[in-house]
Design a protein around this ligand. Structure first.
Ligand code: NAP
Length: 343
């Protein structure tokens, strides 16, 4: 079959959302796949990573990456298979990770800097793991915790969004480093999972009961490191329990991403002053030249059976708009992945 016989279905940004994204913020389009030029590859999308950050990319304004333009294919990292190649860089049949976009096929120069394709080995680990602990969320957790949080054995590490992609890795890395680890998650099922399956010491269900009481009970020695994935009231409450010289890693603030009012900052920030503590942001891409170190260590733990990951896989590209919302409604249980095609 020639490439031109293939149809490429794509989700394009139709409008900048106000609040939670709506179906009318998207355009579902289809176009023929053109033939390859020299130096190009054609990648068939297998799995796409659905990330809270996508909501930020839909907004106009300055950030760590340029916004997705109106009518542009929505940005998304993913894993795909090279199905045609006119480049010596990638052979037909190889699997790659890169910025594929929410579409069935990606076509372009093999060395395209935006797509930034790298080979991944589907025999070493199931492909969705490369979108989780062995991919961007895992690197965020690993380097954010170790480089910014600098946890010491015996210290108390608290992480919000504990059952999610970043959170599950943060807690397990902290356990491997000898810390007392307390998660914060929504619902009993998620809390049971992080304690019983992932080995956290405790998990506080913030949707059921008082977070402050939970922190008092499960962090009797206070909080040395807080890895914040959610911002808002949860950040504010944890700030009341921090120790002297505590480190707060600002990874994300998912509770604020769909606000139609200004972002709610921490009222209790003077706790940083009193405790000579520090709050520092992290952007995962800053560690790109060292990802291999994180992948090697976590892959080793996985092999030993002391590190687990959970993915929540939704099938079908047409499900993209609804699947994305799961992140903001707490409906994903583990790293949210969109399966676009079977291998
Ligand atoms: N800085 C970076 O480089 C970087 C890189 C990757 C991710 N991030 C950030 O890391 C955070 C986690 O991302 P992820 O991919 O691991 O997502 P995730 O945790 O797998 O999924 C999102 C989870 O957030 C929780 N949540 C949603 N709305 C909430 C609210 N209003 N209050 C409290 N919790 C809420 C839900 O869990 P519950 O059911 O437990 O509430 C939901 O399942 C996000 O803020 C993301 O933007 C940052």
């Amino acid at each position: 079959m020639t490439a031109a016989a293939l149809k490429n279905q794509q989700f394009r940004l139709a409008a900048r959302p106000v609040g939670m994204p709506k179906s009318t913020d998207w355009k579902f389009t289809s176009e023929p796949v053109r033939d390859l030029a020299d130096g190009e590859i054609l990648v068939k999308t297998l799995y796409l990573s659905l990330d809270p950050a996508m909501r930020g990319w839909m907004n106009d304004g300055k950030s760590y990456i340029r916004p997705v333009a109106i009518d542009e294919v929505m940005r998304a990292g993913g894993v795909g298979k090279v199905i045609a190649s006119k480049s010596p860089k990638f052979a037909v049949g190889e699997t790659v990770y890169g910025s594929i976009g929410v579409q069935e096929y990606w076509i372009g120069a093999a060395d395209d800097k935006t797509a930034a394709f790298n080979k991944v080995d589907g025999n070493a680990a199931p492909l969705p793991k490369y979108l989780n602990a062995l991919g961007m969320p895992g690197m965020t957790a690993y380097f954010g915790l170790l480089e910014v949080g600098q946890p010491n054995a015996g210290e108390t590490v608290v992480v919000s969004g504990a059952a999610g992609a970043v959170g599950q890795t943060v807690g397990q890395v902290a356990k491997h480093k000898g810390c007392h680890v307390v998660g914060i998650a929504g619902g009993k099922e998620k809390c049971d999972f992080v304690v019983n399956e992932l080995g956290f010491d405790a998990c506080i269900d913030y949707k059921n009961g008082s977070l402050k009481d939970g922190l008092k009970e499960h962090c009797p020695n206070g909080v040395d490191v807080y890895f914040d994935n959610v911002g808002g009231d949860i950040l504010d409450t944890v700030l009341t329990r921090i120790n002297m010289k505590a480190r707060i890693i600002i990874c994300g603030a998912i509770s604020q991403y769909n606000n139609t009012t200004p972002v709610k900052g921490p009222a209790n920030y003077l706790s940083l002053l009193v405790n000579r503590a520090r709050m520092e942001g992290i952007v995962v891409f800053d560690y790109a030249d060292r990802y291999h170190l994180g992948i090697t260590e976590m892959a080793k733990w996985m092999k030993e059976g002391t590190f687990k990951t959970r993915e929540d896989i939704v099938e079908g590209i047409e499900k993209f708009p609804d699947a994305l919302l799961m992140l903001f409604e707490g409906k994903n249980f583990g790293k949210l992945v969109l399966e676009v095609a079977k291998d």
